[in-house]
Design a protein around this ligand. Structure first.
Ligand code: CA
Length: 212
């Protein structure tokens, strides 16, 4: 009940409206999901549970463990890159492995179909640049292909099938490089190369979206 009556402070709301593509209703809708996740969460022993509502105002800095969001948000459960996505959006968090509501909102906003393809491309690049060195390298792409195709069999011992998979990955990565006119031996894709590749695969970036 309390959560329904609580509101954001004007300052918080103006900040959120300015930094996201979402309107008031969508921000409250997003908060409803976050607060439902919060209700489900039981802090571990000794961990302080900060109050999500304070004097009738919502505290947007309340955090949840990223793992809790991964386990309980349906849109994340079904996304093979979810752990990576959550990591990209929690880079500013004070607490390692935790996400606050503002970061959660930013993530929901970026994935909203209203967000421009340009903005989504910037974040997709960060998600794909696994080691954060500003280049999507062959090794980033290799790991991504494993993630995107991960099945329960992934932990199997090395064998002929794995060799085949390694080859398939090489061919796929070479194909990506060719697509952006890069030498097959080049180190990796810059953000410009990546935008170029995505501009030629509109279907791909359209998968980089979901609604709560
Ligand atoms: Ca990289």
């Amino acid at each position: 009940m309390g959560a329904k009556l609580a509101t954001f402070r004007d300052d918080d709301m103006s900040g959120m409206l300015a930094c996201t593509c979402l309107n008031r209703t969508e921000i409250y809708h997003t908060f409803k999901h976050f607060s439902a996740l919060y209700e489900l969460y039981t802090p571990s022993e000794g961990e302080q549970r900060s109050s999500i509502i304070d004097n009738g105002y919502i505290n947007p800095e309340v955090t949840l463990p990223v793992q809790h969001i991964l386990d309980n948000l349906p849109q994340m459960k079904t996304n093979p890159l979810s752990a990576r996505i959550l990591k990209v959006f929690t880079f500013g968090s004070e607490k390692e492995g935790f996400m606050n509501f503002l970061e959660f909102l930013e993530m929901i906003s970026v994935f909203n179909p209203k967000t421009s393809i340009q903005v989504r491309t910037v974040y997709a690049f960060r998600v794909y640049d696994l080691d954060g060195d500003g280049i999507i390298s062959r090794s980033d792409l290799d790991t991504l292909l494993d993630l995107l195709t991960s099945t329960s069999n992934v932990e199997e011992e090395d064998g002929p099938e794995d060799e085949m998979w390694t080859q398939t990955k090489q061919v796929t990565i070479d194909g990506v490089f060719k697509e952006v006119n890069k030498e097959v031996k080049a180190d990796g894709l810059s953000s410009e190369d990546f935008s170029f590749a995505l501009s030629r695969s509109p279907d791909f970036i359209s998968t980089f979206s979901f609604r709560l």
